[in-house]
Design a protein around this ligand. Structure first.
Ligand code: ATP
Ligand code: MG
Length: 362
C-alpha cells in the first residue's frame, strides 16, 4: 500500500467567505480548492458571532452544515489532485471561529470533526487553538511557525502579513527567531461597509475605496483603540472589530461620504500593518502579503506608500497568497501526526511549546 504522505488543510476564516482547501505532500506544488459559503450559512455564522436565542442548537446545526462543505472541499481536492484518500494522512480542519476570548480562557471554532471523519474516511485533526490558550497563550496567530518553515531565510529578515478578515504579521529573523501578532482589522470592516452600502461581499480590487478620499481625522479616531496600544502577544477578531465598532466612531462624522469611509478603512488596515512593521521589524528586508487582501491592489498600494521596504505578494516566494493559511493547517495536522509542537510561545505567549489539536480517527 502506498505511504500516507499527503495532508489536507481546510481554512475558513474571519471573512466568512468560504473554505480554502489544499492537499500537499510538502514537496511538490499543492492542489487547491475553494467552496464559497451559501448566503444562508454565512448569515447564520455571522449571527452566531453574538449572543442569541437557542445558540447551542443553532451552533450544532451550523457545524454540521460546515462539515458537509468541508467534505465537499475534500472531495474536490482529491479529484483535482488525483490523490487517493488512502494516501492522506490527516485533514487539518480549522473550523469557524464564533468567539475568540483568550482573556476569558477560551476560543470557539465550530466544527463537527466526527462527521467530517465519517464523511471522508480520513483522520481529522481539529480544535488547534484551545491547547495554546490552556497554556496561557492567545491561541493566535498560529501560522507564524508555518511561515517560518516555508518563508524563513538565514540571510534575510522577512515579514509575512496575512490579510484575511483580521490581519496578522510574522516577523522572521535571519537567526531563526520569530515573533508575530494580530495587527487589527484586515478586510472585515471594509467587507461589512461595502455590504451595507452597495450589497457587495467585498470591494473588488479596492476600487470603491480608491474612488474616495481618506478622512484623516476618522482614521486617527479609529486608531484611538485600546487594542492598538497593547503590546504583543495579542490577538483579536470579530468580537471587537464589527459594524457597531465602526458606527460608534462614525457618529462624529455624520457628513462622511460612504466611499470616503471605505478609503479610510483601507487606510486603517494599512496603517495598523505599517505601524507594526515599523515598531517590531524596522530592520526587515521585505514584506510579503498573503490572504485575500493581497488581491486588493489599492490596499497593496496603500501599504507600499507607508512601508519603506519592498511590499510584494507571497507569490514571489512561490506560494499563491490564497493557499498560505490552508497550507498552514495541513502543516499543523502533520505536526500533530508527528507529535510535534505547533505553537510558538514567542508569538502566542503560551508557557511552552504544545501539541495542538485533537484527533478524530477515520
Ligand atoms: N479581488 C479582491 N479584491 C479585494 N478584496 C479581495 C479580493 N479577493 C479577496 N478579497 C478579500 O479577501 C477576503 C477573504 O480573505 P481570506 O479568505 O484570506 O480571509 P479569511 O477567510 O478571513 O481567512 P483567515 O482568517 O485565514 O485570514 C474577502 O472577504 C475580501 O475582503
Ligand atoms: Mg477565507
Amino acid at each position: 500500500m502506498a505511504a500516507k504522505t499527503f495532508c489536507i488543510g481546510l481554512m475558513s476564516g474571519t471573512s466568512l467567505d468560504g473554505v480554502d482547501g489544499v492537499i500537499t505532500d510538502f514537496s511538490g506544488t499543492p492542489s487547491s480548492a475553494y467552496i464559497p459559503f451559501p448566503a444562508t450559512l454565512k448569515n447564520e455564522l455571522l449571527a452566531l458571532q453574538s449572543p442569541g436565542t437557542n445558540e447551542i442548537h443553532r451552533e450544532a446545526l451550523a457545524a454540521n452544515q460546515l462539515a458537509h462543505l468541508y467534505a465537499d472541499c475534500v472531495t474536490e481536492l482529491l479529484r483535482v489532485s488525483g490523490v487517493a484518500s488512502s494516501r492522506v494522512r490527516a485533514i487539518g480542519a480549522h473550523g469557524q471561529t464564533i468567539r475568540h476570548l483568550p482573556a476569558e480562557g477560551y476560543t470557539r471554532q465550530i466544527n463537527n470533526p466526527s462527521l467530517l471523519a465519517e464523511l471522508t474516511g480520513i483522520d481529522v485533526i481539529a480544535d488547534f487553538r484551545s491547547r495554546d490558550i490552556a497554556a496561557g497563550g492567545q491561541g493566535a496567530p498560529l501560522v507564524p511557525a508555518f511561515h517560518q518553515s516555508v518563508f524563513g531565510s538565514d540571510s534575510h529578515a522577512r515579514v509575512i502579513v496575512n490579510i484575511g478578515g483580521i490581519s496578522n504579521i510574522s516577523v522572521l529573523r535571519a537567526d531563526g527567531s520569530v515573533t508575530g501578532f494580530d495587527t487589527g482589522p484586515g478586510n472585515v470592516l471594509m467587507d461589512a461597509w461595502i455590504h451595507q452600502h452597495l450589497g457587495k461581499t467585498y470591494d473588488d480590487d479596492g476600487q470603491w475605496a480608491a474612488s474616495g478620499s481618506v478622512i484623516d481625522s476618522l482614521v486617527t479616531r479609529m486608531l484611538d483603540e485600546e487594542f492598538f496600544r497593547q503590546v504583543p502577544p495579542k490577538s483579536t477578531g470579530r468580537d471587537l472589530f464589527h459594524l457597531l465598532w465602526l458606527n460608534e466612531r462614525l457618529a462624529a462624522f455624520p457628513e462622511a461620504r460612504p466611499q470616503d469611509v471605505q478609503a479610510s478603512l483601507s487606510a486603517l488596515t494599512a496603517r495598523c500593518i505599517a505601524d507594526a512593521v515599523r515598531t517590531y521589524a524596522a530592520d526587515c528586508d521585505a514584506v510579503f502579503v498573503c490572504g485575500g487582501g493581497a488581491h486588493n491592489s489599492h490596499l497593496m498600494q496603500c501599504l507600499s506608500d507607508l512601508i519603506p521596504q519592498p511590499v510584494e505578494s507571497t507569490a514571489s516566494l512561490g506560494i499563491p497568497p490564497t493557499h498560505v493559511e490552508a497550507l498552514a493547517f495541513a502543516w499543523l495536522a502533520q505536526r500533530f501526526c508527528d507529535r510535534q509542537a505547533g505553537n510558538l510561545p514567542s508569538v502566542t505567549g503560551a508557557k511552552g511549546e504544545r501539541l495542538l489539536g485533537a484527533l478524530y480517527p477515520a
